[in-house]
Design a protein around this ligand. Structure first.
Ligand code: ADP
Ligand code: MG
Length: 666
């Protein structure tokens, strides 16, 4: 005992006189008085002291204010007026967390309607107060089991409330009241809903607890029940009309050790880890019980996450494919063609002399003149119209387009205007469907016979509508003179030795050409620019797809919010029970947030599975798809964040409920 206690006056027995455990002074409670409802004063100036270890019955007719009084005594509600001192401390000075601590450590509630949590077993119901007190799991299990055994429910540990009789449920709720010690048992019509023998059992139990030193405050409208208590207080219309008076208690022998009120301020409750685990377990149970509804909510999240994953995979895949196709042209290539009027003025267009000059531009490794046009090609009696390209022997190398069969024409073929031809892969299929190896076959362009010396590998690329593999390649000189009758190139491809210097070399080419022509009658472009442009359109496309996917994720989140709001509404009573047994606001907040997050986590995982499966199926159907770990992780993270964000509002609504209001809920 501290020095302060010694200053307190001493009782007759020479012991320090404790302040009464419960001391009410002029307590009033009014309801209504706002939004039109007439104000009703339910408690009208109650003054009352109850000592530790007393067994008190508060008796009165229905509507006399007994339950209201009990809610005030149990710190589930606050009086409109007057002071309530608990162990000498004014309860009005305690904050919500301290009140939660007091409910948890000092009180045990027993209600007429039992108020058990329907989704939890007898054992779990008994353990709820200990959960909020942070008792370790093993100690909790041992104590709940011992309590239930003591109350004759050893074989009903895992039964749910609806599998128990009324008397059994009431015994479970008494065990719950005792879980954290139950110094003061507040029993509101505990026998009201029971048959007479169960009622007698419960009363006997309360008598035993009183003998063991618990303070019992029993509320009843039944005088016969009240008579079993050691002190009877009668109230009528919110006022005490009779009090049989306190009976002196042999404090030392039976009373439980007094509660150390200074602990209220330092209470930490349960540790985060155990709470989270228990909250997750309880959340899982609730979700499982409502599995149809949960399933529908999950569906929203699953669709959201899966579509984010699929859309991103398609976006990335298409981008990659387009890039690869463009890359096949080579990003180190420059293209040049005549432009405007002068392309038709003889002597003004780009000539082979120009190209000779360009060969000396630093950084240029190859200059490839091309002459092109559509021609009809004959093989046997098959005529096929195709794109003919006269080009240089360096083509396979600079366009990274390998020859599949046979060989390519050489500088010598070029010089000698050899009548040799190389087929594009698709042209070979079209022109010689039955010939396994076209090399050595002879074809006709007009009346000029050409010998096939090679077949290109398939490029698989489309430029606009044009199939790049439906092409006939000839030496530039042969094509120009013998097929098209012109010496000037239609367009020119130049390879830049160093990819990083493409723009620089392009400028040098332009300078050389301008010096020669004095007019920009030619156009130069490079593949790098078109690749960049294409990449940008692709990225925009991916962005849009992702946006649509994200919207569906938000819709999923709204589903979570909807179901959480419903859950909070349906479980208002449960929230009240949890608060009455000592849950703090943040415990309730955490519980409902856990449910929301659990839905999103389960939905997120299922969404990943569905998304990856769908994308894999698309892959089978040749849709280009690329999985990225960051897209999958991002979609999952979004789902969880959505659950948190959309679950927060309902969870906060639940945690903000007043304990009495929640208890009175459905
Ligand atoms: P008892 O438990 O003795 O039957 P209660 O304490 O439940 O009585 O109620 C006493 C009176 O207070 C009743 O007339 C009841 O209508 C009124 N009352 C109780 N709770 C509220 C409330 N939340 N709002 C308005 N009136 C209430
Ligand atoms: Mg009542």
């Amino acid at each position: 005992m501290s020095a302060m206690s010694e200053a307190v006056s001493l009782g007759p027995a020479g012991q320090p006189e404790q302040p009464p455990l419960i001391q009410l002074q002029g307590i009033r409670k009014r309801y209504g008085g706002h939004d039109g409802a007439p104000a009703v004063e339910v408690l009208r100036g109650l003054t009352l002291s109850i000592g530790a270890g007393e067994f008190v019955a508060i008796v009165g007719a229905s509507g006399s204010g007994k339950s209201t009084l009990m809610h005030l005594l149990g710190c589930l509600d606050r009086p409109s007026d007057g002071t309530y001192r608990f162990a000498g401390q004014d309860v009005a000075s305690l904050n919500p967390d301290e009140l939660a601590w007091l409910r948890r450590e000092a009180f045990g509630f027993v209600f007429q309607g039992y108020h058990l949590i329907a989704t939890e077993s007898a054992r779990e119901n008994v353990e709820v107060p200990a959960l909020y007190a942070g008792m370790p799991a093993s100690a909790r299990h041992a104590r709940s089991e011992a309590l239930l055994k003591r109350l004759g429910l050893g074989d009903r540990l895992d039964h749910r409330p609806n599998q128990l009789s009324g008397g059994q449920q009431q015994r479970v709720s008494i065990a719950r009241a005792l879980m954290n010690g139950g110094r003061i048992i507040l029993a509101d019509e505990p026998t009201g809903a029971l048959d007479s023998s169960s009622g007698a059992e419960v009363m006997a139990l309360l008598g035993e607890l009183a003998d063991a030193g618990h303070t019992i405050i029993l509320i009843t409208h039944d005088r016969k029940v009240a008579a079993q208590a050691r002190r009877v207080i009668e109230i009528r219309d919110g006022e005490i009309i009779e009090d049989s008076g306190a009976i002196a208690i042999a404090a030392t022998s039976t009373a439980l050790p007094p509660l150390d009120m200074s602990r209220a301020a330092h209470d930490t409750g349960a540790s985060l880890g155990t709470e989270l685990l228990d909250a997750a377990r309880a959340a899982w149970r609730v979700l499982w019980i409502n599995r149809f509804r949960t399933g529908l909510t999950l569906l929203g999240i699953i669709i959201g996450v899966a579509s984010v994953i699929v859309m991103l995979a398609i976006g990335l895949g298409t981008r990659q494919q387009v890039m690869a196709q463009l890359g096949a042209f080579g990003s180190n290539l420059l293209y040049m063609a005549s432009r405007g009027e002068s392309s038709r003025i003889p002597g003004r267009s780009i000539t082979l002399v120009d190209l000779d000059a360009l060969k000396d531009v630093p950084g240029i490794s190859h200059v490839l003149p091309n002459v092109t046009g559509n021609k009809v090609i004959r093989h046997g009696n098959l005529d096929v119209q195709t794109y003919v390209r006269g080009t240089g022997p360096a083509l396979p190398q600079i366009q990274t387009w390998p020859v599949a069969k046979g060989g390519f024409f050489t500088e010598e073929d070029e010089r000698e205007m050899a009548t040799v031809a190389v087929l594009g892969a698709h042209l070979a299929e079209k022109l010689m469907p039955d010939v396994p190896n076209p090399v050595g076959q002879s074809i006709l362009i007009g009346n000029v016979p050409f010998q096939v010396i090679g077949v290109m590998s398939a490029k698989g690329a489309l430029t606009g509508e044009k199939d790049e593999d439906d092409v006939l390649l000839l030496p530039f000189s042969t094509a120009g003179i013998r097929v098209f009758g012109q010496r000037e190139p239609t367009y020119t491809v130049m390879a830049v030795a160093d990819v990083k210097r493409v723009t620089e070399v392009e400028a040098a080419v332009d300078a050389t050409m301008f010096e020669r022509h004095r007019i920009r009658d030619y156009g130069i472009s490079n593949a790098a620019a078109s690749i960049a442009a294409e990449a940008k359109t692709q990225d925009n496309m991916t962005m849009m797809l992702s946006l649509i996917a994200a919207v569906s994720l938000v819709v999923g989140g709204i589903g979570v919010m909807n179901v959480m709001l419903m859950t909070v509404r349906e479980r208002t009573r449960e929230i009240g029970i949890r608060m009455a047994t000592g849950a703090r606001r943040r415990d309730i907040l955490r519980q409902f947030l856990t449910e929301a997050v659990l839905v999103s986590v389960v939905g997120g995982v299922a969404g990943i599975v569905v998304g990856v499966t769908v994308a894999a199926l698309l892959l089978v159907w040749d849709v280009p798809v690329i999985f990225s770990l960051s897209a999958v992780g991002g979609a999952f993270a979004c789902a969880v964040v959505t659950g948190l964000v959309f679950g927060f509002m309902p969870a906060r609504k639940a945690s903000g409920l007043d304990p009495v209001v929640a208890l009175a809920g459905q």
